[in-house]
Design a protein around this ligand. Sequence first.
Ligand code: NDP
Length: 298
Amino acid sequence: MSTHARHHQPATVTVLGLGPMGQALAGAFLDAGIATTVWNRTPGREAGLPGRGARVAGSAREAVAASTLTVVCVVNYDASDAVLRDEEVTAALKGRTVVNLSADTPARARDTAAWAERHGIRYLDGAIMTPAPSIGTPDAVFLHSGPREVYNACRPVLAALGGTHTHLGEEPSRAAAYDIALLDVFWTAMAGYAHALAVARAEGVSGRELAPFAQGIATILPPLFEEFAEDADDGTYSGGINPITSAASTMAHVVHASEDHGIDASLMRVIEGQARRVIARGHGGDGFIRVTDLLSRG
Ligand code: NDP
C-alpha cells in the first residue's frame, strides 16, 4: 500500500480510458489499496477491474467527481480533449487534479496545461515510457512535468504505479518533449532493424542468425549516445577515427545492396543525403552527429 494510502485515508483516484494502459494503471492503483473509479468512452472495457474492487462510473463527469485525482490515459490529446473539455466534466474538475498520461506532442501538452489553468484545474502532464505489463513493477518508467507542488502532492498515489517517476520541470511540455525524442530514437531504430532483416533475408540470412550480431550493434550504442550528446551540446564534432566521409560510404553500400534486391532503401538514402550535405559544407572530417547541427539549422 502506498504511503498516501496509509497516512491519508482514503486516497481516491479516477482512471479515464481503459485501453491496455488504462487498465494496467487502474489495476496497479487497486493492488495498492487505493479506491479507484474507472470510466471508458465505450462501455464494457473494464475487464476484471470491478472484481478487483473498481467502481465503474456511468459518465466521465461522475467519474471525475468521485476522486480528488484523475489520471487520463487515452489514445491522444484529441481524445483527452473530447473527454475533459466537455462542459460538465470541466466544471466537475475545478479544484481537482488531472494527471494526463496520454501521449501527444509538446504543443498539445502546453495547450492542455493552459486550458487547465483557465479552469482552475491542477494539472500535471506525463508520459509513460514502458509497455503496459511493466506497470506496477520496478521496470515502469514515468516522466512528469508541471508545477512541482502538484507533482509532490500526487507523488504518493502515483507511487502505486511502481517503477521510477521523474519530475522534469515546471514547463508542462517537458515530459512530452522527452517522449517525442525517445520515440524518435525507438522508431528509427526499429525501422532500421526491420530493413536490416529484409536485406539479410534477401541474402539468405535468417533473422535468428542475424539477431545475436544485431545485439552486438546495440551494445555499441550506449557509449555513443553519451559521447554524441556532449558533441551536439558543445558543438564539437570531431570525427576522430570515424569521419562522416567514411560513414557515408558505408551508407551507400546499404543503399546499393538493398536496391540490388528491389528493397526500398529510401530511409538510408535520406540518411546518406544528410551526410553528403554535411560533407558538401566542408565538414567531411567531422563525426556523423554533425547531422544534428544540419537538421537544427537547416
Ligand atoms: P490506445 O492508445 O489504443 O487508446 C485507447 C483508449 O483511448 C481507449 O480507452 C479509447 O476508448 C480511448 N479513446 C480513443 N478515442 C477517444 C475519444 N475520442 N474519446 C474518448 N476516448 C477515446 O490504448 P492504450 O491504453 O494502449 O494507450 C493509452 C495511452 O498510453 C496512449 O497515449 C499510448 O501512446 C500510451 N502508452 C501506451 C503503452 C502501451 O503499452 N499500451 C505504452 C506507453 C504509452 P474506446 O475504448 O471508447 O475506444
